[in-house]
Design a protein around this ligand. Structure first.
Ligand SMILES: NC(=O)c1ccc[n+]([C@@H]2O[C@H](COP(=O)([O-])OP(=O)(O)OC[C@H]3O[C@@H](n4cnc5c(N)ncnc54)[C@H](O)[C@@H]3O)[C@@H](O)[C@H]2O)c1
Ligand SMILES: O=C(O)C[C@H](O)C(=O)O
Length: 322
């Protein structure tokens, strides 16, 4: 059977890390695309020269020609600009909306059957615009944020309890911004929900509240520390998890930015984070979780934040207006 083809649009910090993981895990052949041809070719060659050392076979190609992504099974998009310390992700639309338009046209022309995972920020608005510009089926276009946000939540909780990260499960809903909704009631250690762990005196409500707040601002914490760029290891691992679920038809249920059609709080037509089953048909199901009043309010607050960014995108690109 032919190897899968994985197109990485954007060969910067996340794009290079994605290529490294895909090659080490022999997920398929990799095409690294970037407007800077040298960056894409240089990283592809460097990784090809690493492959004999780690002993895995994948073809890696660097390019600035969309024709090279033809027939890709998966496209992961990181093309665009990261924020700088003090910036909000929403301030990136001025630069990144135009980039997403170009990327959407490239994928529509050369890889229209691919499963497309967008990472570029501001995430929920960019994946919404990507689907609109490309006209691809919504079930084949998703955004990566929830896997990352819940991984941060899991790490902070495992650190709090001094236990393995493997035994902590957590879910984060809503837009990928400071209004995201880490779901305390649905987050567990060995199946035991956080509110029970508070009753068992493993932690306190105040400490859980602080962890929720740290999770919401997790991206900004890394941006502040790096000074020039944003997180790339955890985002790349997160997107690979989503790509693997599609390529291997694993039907993982992962928090992803998906286009909702009423499953959560009746929201329709908008991309926001929700638990979704990812299999060979793309998004195969979205969990219609029921929210309590306070959770619903937080979720709707996050939805409003995404709607505001989308309204700004429509002003910039009238073709995005319905
Ligand atoms: N969704 C998330 O959870 C999440 C997490 C981390 C970063 N991000 C976002 O991902 C994006 C990429 O981050 P990064 O750290 O890899 O940035 P980076 O600057 O290292 O890489 C971006 C790459 O995109 C390329 N590029 C720019 N315009 C392009 C175009 N028109 N066509 C093709 N390539 C183009 C650049 O040359 C660069 O190599 C940023 O917008 C960042 O905010 C999102
Ligand atoms: O915070 C950022 O700007 C990058 C990304 O969205 C993240 O959460 O790490």
């Amino acid at each position: 059977m032919a190897r899968a083809k994985i197109a990485l649009i954007g060969a910067g910090m996340i794009g290079g890390t994605l290529a490294h993981i895909a090659a080490r895990e022999e997920l398929g052949d990799v095409v690294l695309f970037d407007i800077f041809e040298g960056t894409a070719k240089g990283k592809a060659l460097d990784l090809s020269e690493a492959a004999p050392v780690f002993g895995k076979d994948s073809n890696l190609k660097g390019t600035n020609d969309y024709a090279d992504i033809a027939g890709a099974d998966v496209c992961i998009i990181t093309a665009g600009f990261p924020r700088k310390p003090g910036m909000d992700r929403s301030e990136l639309i001025g630069k990144n909306l135009g980039v997403i338009k170009q990327v959407a046209e490239g994928i529509k022309e050369h890889a229209p059957k691919a499963f497309v995972i967008c990472i570029t920020n501001p995430l929920d608005a960019m994946v919404w615009a990507l689907q609109k510009f490309s006209g691809l089926q919504p079930r084949k276009v998703v955004g990566m944020a929830g896997v990352l946000d819940s991984a941060r939540f899991r790490y902070f909780l495992a650190d709090e309890f001094g236990c393995s990260v493997e035994d902590v499960h957590a879910s984060v809903l809503g837009g990928h911004g400071d209004t995201m909704v880490p779901l305390v009631r649905y987050s567990t250690v060995n199946g035991v929900p956080l509110p029970d762990l508070i009753k068992m005196k493993w932690t306190t409500q105040e400490r859980v509240d602080a962890i929720v707040e740290r999770t919401r601002k997790g991206g900004g914490e890394i941006v502040g520390l790096l000074g020039n760029g944003s997180a790339f290891y955890a985002p790349a691992e997160s997107a690979i998890e989503m790509a693997k679920s599609y390529l291997r038809d694993k039907k993982r249920i992962l928090p992803c930015a998906v286009r909702l059609s009423g499953q959560i709080a009746g929201v329709r037509g908008l991309y926001v984070g929700a638990p979704a089953m990812i299999g060979a048909r793309g998004v195969e199901k979205v969990m219609n979780i029921r929210l309590k009043q306070d959770e619903r309010e937080m979720f709707m607050n996050s939805v409003e934040a995404v709607e505001k960014i989308i309204a700004d995108c429509k002003e910039m690109e009238p073709e995005l207006k319905d």
